[in-house]
Design a protein around this ligand. Structure first.
Ligand code: TRP
Length: 461
């Protein structure tokens, strides 16, 4: 029997709320938490950015996530078909279908650079094992990283391997198998992060890190960084492209969507903050590492720790294995909605759908590989190809889809639908949720989007 996720006909549901929580957490917790959150926090000056990110999760991310899960459970199909069905059911204009479309495209774009970065993590596994980082200082660690980035063939090799892993799992329909693995490995990642945090506390400049992460300096905040925080709150929760909607399709009726979403968001935020608290003490203990270094932050800072730790080689290897697995379970959710749609509506079989989509994402990914070497000098505004992909997805497409979802569920869809889907919820919570979705989400997302884009282009121009 193929995976539960691949059965688009009868739509069986997951056996329990916990299975959904594990799958959705597998999607949410990934490179966004461990790699992206620390580096964009570093680039945006720390505390104030973290605060805005947390507010965005609470006020915008969580309500939109509830809406997406609800839409998915209501429609019980791929996101595009779900949107089509729900809009025609409500007698609405086809415009609303664009929610599904934008999502599928955003998923492929994100997957394109996601697999390159996951490739870096893969590349670090054998290096850890070989002892490359034994006793390295930040300069040597940086040098290793720069050498890796300059080597296109190696980068493409690792990117291709990761893409094959992703497409392989989705093709074989063993999404559930990986889900089971994630159930054991995610807690392990959690424990390992905790151990690294303790190490960072003892060996690094923990006080400086805490101050940086939690002491808001609002002068560092710009419209651009607020938009980045908003975009990241969607990115990290896997919102705005159908991942969560697709998983919602398998959620059993009668389980509380509200509680489930709160659990997932909490786990997601905790992992991100732990990663930050493990990385920044090391960064501040070594003046050679710049907190605003960008995408390389994780890959330059942590190897220094592993190189200095007793048993650091094994711990380092384990760390990058777990990061790869976290990325893997997220990548699956990036491609699955598009795959489900090609199968449902275009008559593709699972294998061809995966090959076609995987190939598109892989080809686009080459642009990201090159933007760290040959194309590093080609910039649009101040974006490289990778920067532009990230910008286009996290800071335009995801917020835009989130905005559409909030307006659709809050204002356009007949009220009876959320009411019946969220029947079991606490009635006060339901009213609060609907109020926030109607009156807070659309104007807040709209304003942040406009101001952020204006700020980005006037500053870059
Ligand atoms: N949330 C994942 C991470 O933080 C990435 C991800 C998976 C994602 N599915 C998504 C991001 C859907 C946006 C939309 O690593």
């Amino acid at each position: 029997m193929s995976s539960i996720l691949s059965q688009t006909q009868s739509y069986p549901t997951w056996s329990s709320r916990w299975v959904f929580i594990m799958a959705a957490t597998g999607s949410a917790v990934g490179l966004g938490n461990i790699w992206k959150f620390p580096y964009i926090t570093g680039e945006n000056g720390g505390g104030a950015f973290v605060l805005v990110y947390l507010v965005c999760i609470l006020l915008l991310g969580i309500p939109v996530m509830v809406a997406e899960v609800m839409l998915g459970r209501r429609g019980r199909q791929s996101p595009i078909s779900t949107m089509r069905q729900l809009t025609s059911e409500a007698g609405l204009h086809g415009f609303w279908n664009s929610i599904g479309w934008l999502g599928v495209i955003a998923g492929l774009f994100i997957l394109s650079f996601y697999s390159v970065i996951a490739g870096w993590a893969l590349a670090y596994i054998p290096e850890m094992g070989k002892g490359t980082f034994q006793g390295v200082d930040p300069i040597e660690s940086q040098l290793f990283f720069d050498t890796l980035l300059a080597d296109k063939a190696r980068l493409i090799g690792w990117q291709s391997l990761f893409m094959l892993m992703t497409v392989g799992v989705v093709t074989c329909g063993v999404v559930r198998g990986l889900g089971a693995a994630v159930r054991i490995l995610m807690p392990l990642l959690f424990v390992l992060l905790l151990a690294m945090l303790v190490f960072a506390y003892r060996e690094g400049d923990f006080a400086a890190a805490i101050k940086f992460l939690f002491w808001p300096d609002f002068s560092a905040l710009t419209g651009r960084s607020i938009l980045e925080a908003l975009g990241h709150s969607f990115f990290t929760l896997s919102l705005g492209m159908g991942s969560i909607m697709a998983y919602g399709a398998y959620m059993p009726v009668g389980t509380s969507i509200g509680k489930t979403v709160l659990t997932i968001a909490l786990l997601d935020v905790v992992v991100a903050l732990m990663a930050g608290m493990a990385i920044f003490p090391i960064v501040f203990a070594h003046p050679g590492i710049n907190p605003a270094a960008g995408p390389e932050l994780l890959f330059v800072s942590l190897p220094v720790v592993f190189g200095a730790m007793p048993g650091g080689l094994a711990v380092g290897m384990l760390f990058f294995i777990l990061v790869t697995i976290a990325a893997w379970s997220s990548a699956i959710s990036l491609i699955e909605p598009a795959v489900a749609w090609l199968i449902e509506k275009r008559g593709f079989n699972r294998f061809t759908a995966n090959i076609v989509l995987g190939f598109i994402a892989w080809t686009l990914g080459i642009g990201t590989v090159l933007s760290f070497n040959d194309w590093a000098g080609f910039t649009l505004g101040d974006f490289t190809f990778f920067g532009a992909m990230d910008f286009l997805t996290s800071r335009i497409m995801l917020p835009l889809t989130g905005l559409f979802v909030a307006i659709f569920v809050g204002w356009v869809m007949p009220r009876a639908t959320p009411q019946s889907e969220l029947d079991g919820e606490d009635s006060l919570m339901f009213s609060l949720w609907l109020w926030v979705l109607r009156y807070i989400c659309p104007p807040a997302i709209g304003v942040v989007l406009l101001v952020g884009l204006y700020d980005t282009f006037t500053a870059a121009g």
